[in-house]
Design a protein around this ligand. Sequence first.
Ligand code: NAD
Length: 282
Amino acid sequence: MRDVEIRGKKTLITGAASGIGRATALAMAERGARLFITDINEEGLDDVRREIEARGGEVCLARALDVSDYDAFRKLADEIHAGFGPLDILASIAGVALFSQVEDMTHEQWKRVVDVNLWGPYHAIECFVPEMVRAGKGGHVLTVSSTAGIIGLPWHVVYAGTKHALVGSSEVLRYDLRKHDIGVTVVLPGAVNTGLVQTVVINADEDACERGRRIFSRHAMAPEKVARLIVEAIEKNRFMVITSPDIKLLYLLKRVFPPAYDLVMRFMTWSLDRVLTRNTCR
Ligand SMILES: NC(=O)c1ccc[n+]([C@@H]2O[C@H](COP(=O)([O-])OP(=O)(O)OC[C@H]3O[C@@H](n4cnc5c(N)ncnc54)[C@H](O)[C@@H]3O)[C@@H](O)[C@H]2O)c1
């Protein structure tokens, strides 16, 4: 498999209005990609389009859509295929987060996380990858999962489920698409300072949420750093990108010394229970 040249490549990015998606769109534009950007937030998406164009980048299309809406995705794919042909690079980045104890979750909360975080990337793959395969020109499929895609983070029951599924499906695609010269990357960010810090739904009282957000932000890296790793992973065809060294270590521990991993996870769960103090404050 050769290195991927980004210049001139038709690249679709979901979740491009904010955070990692926005930073990735700017970084890919800087490398000369021809961009197709989407997000549910139309205003934010327009701002990013203007920002890219002001820096001399090329946005072929910016379209607001909900990634959980299959019909909207299919319509977008038909329009792109008719006007521009198959994509070269597909990057599914849009996502939402929910921190909760299982007994506090509503059905709507379960469903929203699955619809956006799992169906979103599946819709993208379903609508765009078959055309890439049929075109026979190779390419790249990238999905942003999370540390919660390899580690059973406390309070993440449904989020971790969707993110684990993305790692599993990416691994299958890695081998299935190899014969078509289509590379696959799954990105597992640790804490990143993005809009998600404010929009994450936390089923705890307001003070506890604020405390949680403050601690999270203190350990978070800039989205631009994640975007640099994403661009590099596409260029070098890297499969798994873990952005934080401590998570690399924890993942190693999980595989080579499960008893120590078990202790770390018990401690992490105890700590997060204390920070979000659900039993004392609700
Ligand atoms: N921020 C973190 O610490 C962190 C850590 C691990 C993984 N991630 C993952 O990174 C990805 C990007 O998140 P981010 O941190 O940049 O957050 P963000 O909130 O800044 O960006 C997410 C974007 O997705 C869009 N979006 C949300 N729901 C959508 C929908 N239904 N349809 C279309 N667009 C939708 C939002 O409008 C937003 O622009 C997510 O998949 C998230 O799970 C983030």
